[in-house]
Design a protein around this ligand. Sequence first.
Ligand SMILES: [Zn+2]
Ligand SMILES: [Zn+2]
Length: 178
Amino acid sequence: MFNSLQRFYHAVRSTDHNQKPVKGTKIKESCRFCDVSVSPGFDIVHEDDIFVAFRDRNPSSMHHIQLITKKHIDSVQSLSKADIELVKSIERIGHVILDSLDVPPHQRRLGFHIPPFNSVQHLHLHLQGLPYKSLARRMKYPVVQGGKGSVKGFSWFVDVSQLIELLERRRCVRVVPC
Ligand SMILES: [Zn+2]
Ligand SMILES: [Zn+2]
């Protein structure tokens, strides 16, 4: 089932994510997000000691920014309860950036792809000001509320507030309901 989902996902994903995921953290040299601040061609909208944010080259929505940590973190599945403050900082900075772009609160989407649906293996928040450019683009970022006992439902994308709740409950972030 994951294989067909992944094929579907790769069929609709945008070309900005055309790098194959890097397995493991050791081959950091091949990570295209590790040196964003010094790499040419990135349209940087925010930078501080810990984070960098840049415009997605092939935006899925009216505003589409990638907010990343300068330090290499593989994915949401590398995070634990100890990282909640970090995730809250990412969320806070994300809202400051969207404030500066005058994106109204109900038009904001902040979330992460869940492995194996993360096309770049370096934690990146998709920071979006809606609307999406097409239905196919919208389907790349589904926020699905959980049912009985789960924080999120079946989806390859996790909203930042769902992520914080999962970390608080010490749960692994998965595509299946968790
Ligand atoms: Zn990296
Ligand atoms: Zn992504």
